[in-house]
Design a protein around this ligand. Sequence first.
Ligand SMILES: NC(=O)c1ccc[n+]([C@@H]2O[C@H](COP(=O)([O-])OP(=O)(O)OC[C@H]3O[C@@H](n4cnc5c(N)ncnc54)[C@H](O)[C@@H]3O)[C@@H](O)[C@H]2O)c1
Ligand SMILES: N[C@@H](CCO)C(=O)O
Length: 346
Amino acid sequence: MTEYKIALVGFGGVNRGLAQLVADRNAEWKASLGFGIKIVGVTDIFLGSIVAKEGLDAKQLVALPLEKGALAQMPGGTAEALNEAVIKHSGADMIAEATFTNPVDGEPATTFCRWALESGIHVVTTNKGPIALHGAELKDLARRKGVAFEYEGSVMSGTPVIRLARQALAGVEVQGFEGILNGTSNYVLTRMKDGLTFNDAVAQAQQLGYAEADPTADVEGFDVRLKVVILANELLNARLSVSDVACSGISSISPEDVAQASANGASWKLIGCANREANGSVRASVEARLLPNAHPLAGISGATNAVSFNTSLLGAVTVSGPGAGRIETAYALLSDIIAIHTTHGK
Ligand SMILES: NC(=O)c1ccc[n+]([C@@H]2O[C@H](COP(=O)([O-])OP(=O)(O)OC[C@H]3O[C@@H](n4cnc5c(N)ncnc54)[C@H](O)[C@@H]3O)[C@@H](O)[C@H]2O)c1
Ligand SMILES: N[C@@H](CCO)C(=O)O
């Protein structure tokens, strides 16, 4: 029976969610998926780090208090985040990289991915920065080293989008897409319709584990811009940079705007889209749009996301599901591990 040794880099909501899944379902996975997972290392700038080649108790990790240096409370743990040592020397077959998304330069997560790939260690990540900003380089490095670089959770959390479009829509040309690609901003717009203030709705999204460390990235559209770049480059071969995508958010939408839209049978939505132009180039944007309630994306509420692909043979193909959430996004990491088991499994 294959048992993958994994090191968790960043131990916030998502990787704690993965530890929770391991604690609850590892035995079941051995029967249903043909492999188990052993957590051999954890490193987090706030909590510290720990390595245990024989495997850590996932339940104990999930119960770790949210206190600075808390990993030092476990035998063999330290309050220091020894990121490089945990990534390169914990004996892991793969790392789950889930530190903060840095929308400006993708660091330090990109360096963490490079360290792993250069060491012949697979990477699964939910972090949008490394893919949107350094995707081509990291994919090439992974290819050269014969390991996997998987990032399903970078767009629409655990809802299958990237692999689905790449595999299930292979042979169908994707000419463009439009979607609601940020759980927090859609949650905020939905709750404002219910009468909550913008700030209270953002605070709720933070409590629910949807928001970025700096929620400005959610409400100003920067997070969607990264996702548009990832999808456009992945599915339209676009070679877009972040600066190619015009971007605005939802922070200027007032409670009065939301109420007036409702009264007129319409809803504000933050829409990310990309389309191939007649000359072959790809044009992409992120902006709040007022959609009539009959529009297929108008009824998508809360942290749910949806993306509609415009395809050559099938017309519109729309996928909808959770766009954020700790366990939902941890599932994306599991789906990446399943993909690695299929392509690289022993
Ligand atoms: N939460 C979601 O719904 C969701 C969905 C999809 C993608 N993501 C992405 O997944 C990643 C993790 O999300 P999360 O909700 O777990 O975030 P989080 O803020 O809860 O956790 C991030 C963790 O990374 C740690 N960290 C930050 N910088 C570090 C560094 N330099 N070295 C080591 N540890 C570091 C932090 O201390 C924190 O514990 C983010 O990049 C986010 O954009 C999140
Ligand atoms: N903060 C992001 C997490 C998922 O990428 C969102 O709300 O969509």
